[in-house]
Ligand binder design. Structure first.
Ligand SMILES: Nc1nc2c(c(=O)[nH]1)N[C@H]1C(S)=C(S)[C@@H](COP(=O)(O)OP(=O)(O)OC[C@H]3O[C@@H](n4cnc5c(=O)[nH]c(N)nc54)[C@H](O)[C@@H]3O)O[C@H]1N2
Ligand SMILES: Nc1nc2c(c(=O)[nH]1)N[C@H]1C(S)=C(S)[C@@H](COP(=O)(O)OP(=O)(O)OC[C@H]3O[C@@H](n4cnc5c(=O)[nH]c(N)nc54)[C@H](O)[C@@H]3O)O[C@H]1N2
Ligand code: SF4
Ligand SMILES: [Mo]
Length: 736
């Protein structure tokens, strides 16, 4: 057997680590880090090294499946599946209008550079606003709030040359997720250590003593959901002690006094008490951050999934702005974005220009609107269930798993089953794909060519990589762009990309599609392809220098835009936060359930790979040992976790890194049938405890997916439970 070694990049997650791939007989034999790569230097994680298993797994779908009336499914060819899906879509469009056709593009739609642009083009061409992505159940405030605040043309400081970084709820050693200014996801442990060796100070804010917290200079073990309280307090200290960049503020900021007034009540004593951290730490964090002189504060998912995520992001922008943390004229701006057209970066504020509200597509749900071109995913199930004009009748779900990822599992399940048509593009029969009328089988990453468009968001250097497919796809599988193209062709829907309209009469190649997506890029795709045949590289000379401001520019950051003062008052008035956490009816709870990630799975992906399962197959409920003792729960024992709307069963795990009063659990486990009998095999569906119609953000529609108030109770193990006669409604399967 002849083994050939080729270079590529991993797309199990967004980090796009450079890899060497051993191929024999059109099979992927092994994957390891490419030590010669200038950025990654041989780094990979356990998931990437399992790409061979992901590619050739027995459970992988190698052809589409169609569901039969009796609930079973049978193989169908892609051509026939597309014909039938298109025919149903045509009827639905005719009957209910284009808005009835929705797509949800989950995490794996982001992992293929052609998927999202084609999904968007499909919606635009069809005239359907019902375009949803995982962004609006992830970090929508980060994606959109700059538009209310204003942005800095030259770019905010990044990790590269910062003297201090403050990371709130971002455990990048495990997640490889770098929020703006965070640790780049390329060997993050080494990157952080190297930066600390040059003097970087790290402040970590997390209810858990995470891997990052242990490496930090200062760890504030905050009470979940209190990030905006802490940030308000830090802003107040910085302004009171005059530690802000006065000159920068005078030139670039408006309504500093209004903000100062709004945070006046957030004294260090109050903030420390409410956040559950020592006053000395609040003061130290404020002063350490303000000292800089360069630096950045940023948050991961934790604070965004908790209540007040929009306000948290507003305070993050505020803190960076009042400390003047942006690249100035003549400096090298960060994140060059090679795949975007060159736009001059100027040392000036671009005034706010909201991307939601009036003038954007109204949602029928909770008074929300589209955010730029996307509708809020927490409303998707409601849009399927609420009768009337605009009701969603068909969902095209690409690389996502709503049953376990969306808030309110019971409602989600009901909504998906109420659809006239559910199509999933998924490599396996996921919790959602099992409900689908058709499952389309996609190519996996090593079967398709692609370029590093996604990780272009994180490269501080002008780095790029174009990879060919490593193996020829086995079976009747399609690239995600082909899914949209095949439907568009049958329905005669124009697909417009930055490079023009895609031909529908003759199928383009994937390279041509990628070229049209990246049209006008700073370095043309063909040039990148030619230059990276031997692996990804840094394009010397492609750095971006910050230019002088336009003399007539009058842009200012808006520190107190409409609504912010009210939001701050609401936060200050949230007295429940000082107690154990209570719901709207005043019922109190002992614990707060927070989100986390496991290193060996990617949301619901990878759960079927045996080598990864051996690292821990389920999402334990991590609790401080003192809490376990007080609750009389054994480590590895079953517990009931009860929130305002529902109750699930979990497996407790003693964990000293968790703040007392907190339960830390990963999401995207379990299924609608996850219950006390199978929890040790499937894990728990935490999103059964998330509600969509209470505690939602009025701008983004984001709901509470972290810092969920819960009560805990020990639960006898299965047999004892059945015999004990205690309530049986908890942790039972969702009604079918
Ligand atoms: N409680 C709680 N809820 C959360 C979160 C949380 O932290 N806590 N996190 C939120 C966040 S940040 C996100 S991004 C969402 C995730 O939400 P989703 O994206 O909806 O969920 P995933 O589990 O990532 O779904 C990925 C799907 O893609 C499939 N897949 C794997 N490989 C491929 C491929 O190559 N091609 C295709 N087409 N499909 C593939 C997988 O089998 C899986 O079904 O969940 C959100 N929900
Ligand atoms: N291995 C792996 N990598 C992944 C994923 C995965 O599932 N597995 N998922 C991917 C996805 S979709 C995303 S969006 C990124 C996310 O990347 P990250 O945001 O880094 O995700 P986490 O590792 O969950 O880190 C979130 C942290 O927030 C903390 N936290 C929870 N609630 C609060 C709170 O109220 N306040 C504060 N300050 N902290 C809080 C948690 O304790 C946790 O340590 O990771 C991506 N990378
Ligand atoms: S960090 Fe992400 S890109 Fe890198 S090897 Fe792991 S899964 Fe692949
Ligand atoms: Mo995410």
């Amino acid at each position: 057997m002849k083994i050939e070694t080729r270079k590529s990049f991993c797309r199990f997650c967004h980090a796009n680590c450079a890899i060497e791939v051993d191929v024999a007989d059109n099979r992927v034999i092994a994957v390891r880090g490419d030590a010669s790569n200038p950025l990654f230097g041989g780094y990979t994680c356990c998931k990437g090294r399992q790409l061979p298993a992901q590619t050739h797994h027995a459970s992988r779908l190698l052809s589409p499946r169609k569901r039969l009336p009796d609930g079973s499914s049978q193989k169908i060819s892609s051509e026939k599946a597309f014909d039938e899906i298109a025919a149903t879509l045509r009827t639905l469009i005719h009957r209910h209008g284009p808005r009835a056709i929705a797509s949800y593009n989950g995490s794996y739609a982001f992992q293929n550079s052609t998927a999202l642009p084609l999904a968007r083009a499909f919606h635009t061409g069809l005239g359907s606003p019902s375009y949803f992505t995982s962004v609006t159940i992830d970090q929508p405030a980060k994606s959109y709030m700059w538009a209310r605040f204003g942005s800095w043309g030259g770019g905010w400081h990044t990790f590269r040359d910062s003297d201090v970084v403050m990371l709130l709820g971002n455990n990048c050693f495990i997640s490889h997720y770098s929020p703006p200014g965070g640790v780049p996801p390329f060997n993050p442990v080494r990157r952080l250590r190297d930066a600390q060796a040059r003097g970087l100070k790290v402040i970590c804010v997390d209810p858990r003593r995470t891997e990052v917290a242990r490496a930090a200079d200062l760890h504030l073990q905050i009470r979940p959901g209190e990030d905006p309280t802490l940030l308000a307090g830090i802003i107040r200290i910085i302004l009171e002690e005059g530690l802000h960049d006065r000159e920068f503020c005078a030139e670039n900021i408006q309504s500093l006094d209004a903000l100062r007034d709004a945070v006046a009540d957030f004294t260090p004593e109050y903030v420390a008490r409410r956040c559950g951290v020592p006053i000395a730490q609040v003061l130290a964090a404020a002063r350490m951050f303000a000292r800089g002189p360069r630096g950045v504060v940023s948050s991961g998912t934790g604070p965004e999934l908790a209540p007040h995520g929009t306000l948290t992001e507003h305070f993050i922008l505020t803190l960076n702005a009042i400390c003047g943390r942006c690249y100035r004229q003549g400096e090298v701006s960060a994140i060059p974005r090679i795949f975007l057209p060159p736009v001059p970066r100027k040392a000036q504020v671009h005034s706010p220009k909201p991307l939601w509200g009036e003038g954007f597509h109204p949602s029928r749900i909770r008074g929300l609107t589209a955010l730029a071109g996307e509708m809020p995913t927490p409303t998707a199930a409601d849009e399927m269930l609420l009768p009337g004009a605009g009701q969603i009748k068909a969902l095209l779900c690409v690389g996502g798993n709503p049953v376990v990822a969306w808030p309110d599992q019971v409602k989600t399940h009901r909504a998906l089953r109420a659809l006239d048509l559910l199509v999933c593009v998924d490599i396996t029969l996921s919790a959602t794909a099992k409900l689908a009328d058709y499952v389309i089988a996609p190519q996996v990453c090593l079967e398709r060519e692609d370029a590093t468009l996604l990780s272009d968001w994180w490269y501080e250097e002008p780095y790029a990589f174009y990879t060919e497919a490593m193996v020829t796809p086995a079976g009747d599988v399609v690239n995600e762009w082909e899914f949209f193209w095949e439907l568009a062709r049958r329905l005669d829907i124009p697909l417009d990309l930055p490079g023009g309209r895609l031909p529908l009469d003759k199928k383009p190649t994937t390279f041509q599609v990628l070229e049209m997506i990246t049209a006008g890029a700073r370095i043309p795709l063909a040039e990148i392809r030619a230059a990276t045949r031997a692996g990804g590289r840094i394009f010397e000379g492609a750095e971006v220098i910050v230019q002088a401001a336009d003399p007539e520019n009058r842009g200012r950051f808006h520190l107190a835009p409409s609504g912010v003062a009210d939001e701050i008052r609401t936060l200050r008035g949230d007295t429940a936060a000082e107690g154990g956490g209570a719901d709207a009816s005043g019922r109190s709870y002992t614990h707060l359930l927070v989100s986390r990630r496991t290193g060996h799975f990617f949301n619901s992906s990878g759960h079927h790979i045996e080598a990864l399962r051996r690292k821990g197959a389920i999402n334990y409920a991590h609790l401080h040992p003192d809490d376990l003792q007080a609750l009389r729960i054994e480590s590895d024992g079953l517990i009931e976790i009860e929130a305002e709307n529902a109750c699930i069963v979990g497996v407790a795990l003693a964990d000293r890194t968790v703040k007392p009063g907190v339960v830390s659990m990963a999401h995207c486990f379990g299924d609608v049938d996850s219950n006390r009998e199978n929890v040790r095999e499937k894990g728990s569906s935490t999103n059964r405890l998330a509600m969509t119609d209470k505690y939602f953000d009025p701008i983004t529609g984001m709901v509470r997916l972290s810092a969920i108030p819960v009560n805990l109770r020990p639960l006898p193990d299965t047999r004892a439970y059945q015999d004990s006669g205690v309530r049986t409604d908890c942790g039972s399967a969702v009604p079918g």
